[in-house]
Design a protein around this ligand. Structure first.
Ligand code: PEP
Ligand code: MN
Length: 295
């Protein structure tokens, strides 16, 4: 007999769909993630200056983003690269929220910083490099803020779900899973976008799933195509890097869209988002079929 997903992911039972829990809806200020609305989170890789952040926030809001992203604490592969503005960056994010009404998602890298970041952020981002930092996951979970959990770059889906399970086990059910590309033998792109993971997670887990096409691609010209694929795979939202002048960005400029590029991507997504809404209403597998698949 075919192994059920419940058996395969036996170490993460609470993240799987059940009769009782088919979809987690994560409330964030005036919106929800995991509901009918497709939610775009956009903004710079790093918070750099007030002018950079405010210009980006106003622009992405006008173009349909609902959440502002921006790193104040940056996990960098090189110890000599820009490490983020820290508390000053958090204050700039809060200022941008107050100016635009956008909710804020930003990364927390250390359990010591959780209380400070939770004071300013609406969603705590756990970065790829920290997906299995269980003391951080525990502290972040206990802050009570929704958690955006990024898949580790060498994490299997089972590893990913175990980390989500750890957050749930620490009393926080507001978890958003984020596929951001994984390491494979392919080196032409920064990572390999695992769209199958999105489709699978949407079938088996009740947690919202979003895609980060920027870190997956590593090249801005690929970002819109990966975003469209994510919508087609039933993702609940996107996390995208946008900057007023990407070639001068202090981090991840190559994968960052400029304002016209972001607008073009948002326009190109419209028919896919409309189709997604129809699919959600009419073509989702019947409830019993789905529960049987979960096991
Ligand atoms: C980021 O979102 O800027 C980031 C550092 O992402 P990741 O943890 O996926 O590399
Ligand atoms: Mn980045």
């Amino acid at each position: 007999m075919r192994e059920s997903w419940h058996d395969f992911f036996a170490e993460s039972p609470d993240v799987l769909k059940t009769e009782r829990c088919r979809q987690t809806i994560v409330p964030v200020r005036d919106l929800v993630i995991g509901g009918d609305e497709f939610v775009t989170m956009a903004g710079p890789c790093s918070v750099e200056t007030e002018a950079q952040l405010l210009a980006t926030a106003h622009h992405v809001r006008r173009s349909g983003a609902r959440i502002l992203r921006g790193g104040a604490f940056k996990p960098r592969s090189s110890p000599y690269a820009f490490q983020g503005l820290g508390l000053e960056g958090l204050k700039l994010l809060a200022h941008a929220r107050q100016q635009t009404g956008l909710a804020i998602v930003t990364e927390v890298m250390s359990e010591d910083d959780v209380p400070m970041v939770a004071e300013y952020a609406d969603i705590l981002q756990i970065g790829s490099r920290n997906m299995e930092n269980f003391t951080l996951l525990e502290a972040a979970a206990r802050s009570g803020r929704p958690i955006l959990l990024k898949r580790g770059m060498v994490a299997t889906i089972a590893d990913f779900l175990r980390s989500a399970q750890c957050i749930l086990a620490n009393g926080n059910s507001n978890v958003i899973l984020c596929e951001r590309g994984i390491r494979t033998f392919e080196t032409a792109m920064r990572n390999t976008f695992d769209v199958a993971a999105i489709a699978l997670l949407k079938q088996i887990s009740h947690l919202p799933v979003i895609a980060d096409p920027s870190h997956a691609a590593g090249r801005r010209e690929l970002v819109p195509a990966l975003a469209r694929v994510a919508v087609a795979a039933q993702a609940d939202g996107l996390l995208v890097e946008v900057h007023p002048d990407p070639d001068r960005a202090w981090s991840d400029g190559d994968q960052t869209l400029d304002f016209p590029g972001f607008d073009a991507m948002m326009t190109s997504l419209e028919p896919y988002i409309a189709l997604r809404a129809t699919r959600l209403r009419g073509f989702e597998p019947a409830r019993d079929e789905l529960l049987e698949a979960v096991g």
